[in-house]
Design a protein around this ligand. Sequence first.
Ligand code: HBI
Ligand code: FE
Length: 268
Amino acid sequence: MSAATQPSDWTVPQEWRAYSSDEHAMWDTLYARQVAQLPSRVVPAFMEGLERLKLSERGIPDFVELSGRLRALTGWSVVAVPGLVPDEVFFEHLANRRFVAGRFIRRPEQMDYLQEPDVFHDVFGHVPLLANPVFADYMQAYGEGGLRAAKLGAIENLARLYWYTVEFGLISDGGALKLYGAGIVSSHGESVYALDDPRPARIPFRMERVMRTDYEIDDYQKNYFVIDSFKDLLRETLETDFGPIYERLRGVVPIAPGTVLEDEVCVG
Ligand code: HBI
Ligand code: FE
């Protein structure tokens, strides 16, 4: 599509019928690999979401069918985009309970690492938790916060919140550490590393601390932040006035990934 005809919301038709059998088979391979190791590791709401959205059916999901199921549960839908979209476009979709998903699937040589989010990361990783009403509200609140942060010139701070919750978050489930971040649950290696490897720091979540912490996009994380529950995360996001945090963080040197502060007690 040319720039002139690009819709301002960046959405495109998924064109589900255009997927080849090899592309559907790639989904099935990735799906089987993750489902073999996730049930004991991931927050129970994730497995419930897979089930309720019938993501266990074979092949790349059709976004129209998937959106029908999701809309009935939490009012969210899934729309296709060609790749990364500008921040404000992304926030606008989330604020309106639309999740934007890449429609392409990785090639065989990209099984374990790719730079742009594909349909497996976006749909398998992100969509199951959108069937959970509390997490669904958090994602909308994040989108609304993003639109405000954009006006305040603080997208970088807010992007760190997304990174360390939605993408790489851990949760303490009745005392046991579990995964919930989409970047972890869609990664074969990191879904083991994040819980089992002694190297990364697993630090209790604090909003301002997270917004101050840099992140690395091309390796397993050196630190994770642990929330107590989706309810706590949602409440804190809704109750916190981010304006004063952005003011305090303006010009402050970010904390390097892997740093544990003196007053922090790691979990796990
Ligand atoms: N676009 N398609 C897509 N997917 C994302 O996850 C995404 C994006 N654009 C911007 C963005 N994420 C982040 O930079 C925001 O959370 C700040
Ligand atoms: Fe993602």
